[in-house]
Design a protein around this ligand. Structure first.
Ligand SMILES: Nc1ncnc2c1ncn2[C@@H]1O[C@H](COP(=O)(O)OP(=O)(O)OP(=O)(O)O)[C@@H](O)[C@H]1O
Ligand SMILES: [Mg+2]
Length: 335
């Protein structure tokens, strides 16, 4: 798995509570120590990345160690910023008598399913596609499996959501035609429709409509570029953390299959919290026997992927010192 830390984007996923944040942080420490400029990003509103590093983190990146920055994105704040941008644009576009209706729509949108994902996806897509950025490697500490999979595999749905904002508008029919023209069909190279220097159908629209159409087009372009990078195995690796227990194994096997179907490259797994050999006592020996059957099961269902292990530590993981120890263990496991 050595090449994993040489990629540009690394996603750490897995079931709730298995150790994603811990592993993402330890990998970040390891890569930074090797001289890569690393950003580790969490999208978890519970702010656990800051807890693991024992530092206050926020929306802007913060330097924690040489070469190592960290950031916690708050999905609710992203939604507000996203809606504020959309509203400002619509205000220019909509007739004054429509503003009450528009604001009602915005309130509904704030609560509708998918809004957080859309806002978050936009922010993540900016990070993913930012080649001028300060980092060689961005590690994403993601939310539990299902949520992340939706986020990674459904940019098309997100584009539909942005268009939905315009559905009530008088110009929507006209705009809808332009947008459907701009939307690439699945499997088609997105470069063709988007990179037309004559701005394709936009020339026929009035100024305000063109302004909105351009924004929506740019957002679609951003989502598709992000998606293309996520699909590129040279650039991107996805790693699943799991524990040797029944449900994490089932969920990981399912998630790996889903990602592989969606052409998102899965680089490997990490089996966390394995009972260490030095742990003794009847109770732990009984657990260890059970654990052995689960470790076998992992070899069966995830045998085509690397499966390095981390021991169950006597304490929780908090603070840079213990993360550095974990980083060393990860290195010994082949990272
Ligand atoms: N190998 C380990 N040994 C001991 N404790 C561990 C180990 N790995 C993780 N932990 C502890 O387990 C708890 C959960 O870990 P963590 O927060 O990294 O999981 P997570 O998958 O990010 O959870 P969530 O799904 O809630 O985001 C934390 O208290 C962490 O310190
Ligand atoms: Mg976490």
């Amino acid at each position: 798995m050595k090449e994993l830390l040489e990629k540009r984007l690394l996603w750490v996923g897995g079931k709730g509570g298995v150790g994603k944040t811990t592993v993402a942080a330890a990998l970040a420490v390891l890569a930074a120590r090797r001289g890569r400029r690393v950003l580790v990003v969490s999208t978890d509103p519970a702010h656990s990345l800051g807890d693991v590093f024992d530092r206050e983190l926020g929306d802007e990146s913060r330097r924690l160690l040489p070469n190592l920055d960290a950031m916690e994105i708050d999905p609710d704040a992203e939604v507000e910023a996203h809606l504020a941008r959309v509203t400002a644009q619509m205000r220019r576009y909509a007739a004054p008598e429509m503003m009450t209706e528009l604001e009602r729509q915005m309130r509904l949108t704030r609560q509708s399913p998918g809004t957080q994902e859309a806002a978050l996806l936009e922010r993540l897509s900016r990070l993913i596609t930012d080649d001028a950025g300060e980092w060689d490697l961005i590690i994403f500490d993601t939310a539990p499996t299902g949520h992340t999979l939706r986020l990674l595999t459904l940019p098309e749905a997100m584009a539909a959501w942005t268009d939905g904002l315009l559905a009530h508008n008088r110009k929507s029919e006209e705009l809808g035609k332009v947008l459907s023209h701009l939307t690439p069909k699945r499997g088609q190279d997105v470069a063709t429709p988007f990179d037309d220097p004559h701005e394709d159908g936009l020339a026929d629209l009035d100024d305000k409509t063109r302004d909105v159409a351009r924004t929506l087009r740019d957002r679609r372009r951003l989502f598709h570029q992000a998606r293309r990078r996520i699909e590129n195995a040279e650039e991107t690796g996805f790693m699943f953390v799991l524990t040797p227990e029944r449900l994490p194994i089932l969920e990981t096997a399912r998630a790996v299959a889903t990602l592989e179907e969606a052409h998102v490259p899965v680089a490997g797994t990490l089996v966390n919290r394995v009972i260490p050999p030095e742990a003794d006592g009847d109770f732990l020996n009984a657990r260890r026997e059970q654990e052995a059957t689960y470790l076998e099961r992992i070899d069966e269902v995830l045998g085509h992927l690397p499966r390095p292990r981390l021991p169950w530590l006597p304490t929780d993981v908090q603070g840079i010192e213990i993360l550095e120890q974990l980083a060393e263990r990860l290195e010994a496991e082949g990272f």
